[in-house]
Design a protein around this ligand. Sequence first.
Ligand code: AMP
Ligand code: MG
Length: 396
Amino acid sequence: MLPFDDALRRILESAPVLPSERVTLDHSAGRVLAEDLVARAPLPGFDYSAMDGYALASSELRGAGPWSLPVCGESRAGALAPKLAPNSVCRIFTGAPIPDGADTVVMQEDVARDGENARFTIAPSTGSHIRRRGEDLAEGAIALARGTRLNAFRIGLAAAVDRADVLVARRPKVAILCTGEELRPSGSAATPGTIPDSNGPSLAAMVWSAGGVTDIRPRIGDTLGATEEALRAALRDTDLLLTVGGVSVGEHDLVRAALSNVGAQLDFWKVQIRPGKPLAFGRFGETLILGLPGNPVSAQLTFALFGMPLLRAMQGDQKPLPPRGRARLHSALRQKPGRTGFYRAQLDGDLAITSSNQASGSTASLAHADALLIVPAESAGIAAGDSVEIIRLAEL
Ligand code: AMP
Ligand code: MG
């Protein structure tokens, strides 16, 4: 049985980086850059006013105020600025270029108009309310490095450095194969002993949010023949195969046998974690395989902990792992040492309240949790009030 960190490392190290493709910015959210985005011009590209007001040359303000200077010309956003006439001010608006000769903007709230003149009493400090060419990024600077996952703000920066499209890793193709006689599609007619497949839709959502595309395979029952046949088909033209269920030790748990019968190589099939111990990882040619346990919490959490980082690593993401934080434990938490524990909890500020139902079948407790508390394998528990490491589920 592998410790959590070793299993994660082995999975991430085996991730091949997928080829890249060019996408327009409106299709780039969540994708990982396969190129450095270089600022080909300074950002911003010219000095401009941060305020509506009046541009002037501060050296022309002699003596103590108040000052009254004629308003000559105006600089508007989107147009070339006039040159500043001597001993005058130029009307200027937010986003408009600074006129040649001006070095300061007085904001309009500090100015009284007196016919053709602008009158103000407070001495502006030289350079005020001007955003400088290149103050955000110098020409030639790397705006966003290869391996960066794009979010709304990074897409904003890509557009600001004048890109219409970007080179990103192509989306990994993920086949999802759920096993179990008892499964039926949610919303279909219930027959005795059957349950809706809840892992399939949940895993598909995680695949999408980690940048992958899904190939939902038909569900299969618990026979070796059907499992082998379904595996052969699902392994074709896939970057990652997820099997769900059938990896524990019951006689209907056929996935491991079927995987080896079709020629897949398994690297490991047990990890020292709770929940989720029977997690298999292997490959078939170029295709990676994650054999997830069937219990919904185990399946969904093991995919969140191992599968999402794997998909990100396959896209070259330099930060494939979710951030970890800390919280204070509301009530004592005990565990039997031996496996890293991941416990569902709700957060109230920095206080973590462990969910009352920690069963690996409790989809409700997982759906209502805010965070996973991580308790080291060797620990026998954490006292109330002590600090505990967490992963926020919203940051997966
Ligand atoms: P298994 O790993 O196949 O032994 O399944 C463990 C438990 O998880 C059983 O109670 C199964 O009914 C349940 N289970 C397996 N697959 C799914 C699924 N796709 N959706 C919901 N429950 C499942
Ligand atoms: Mg099963």
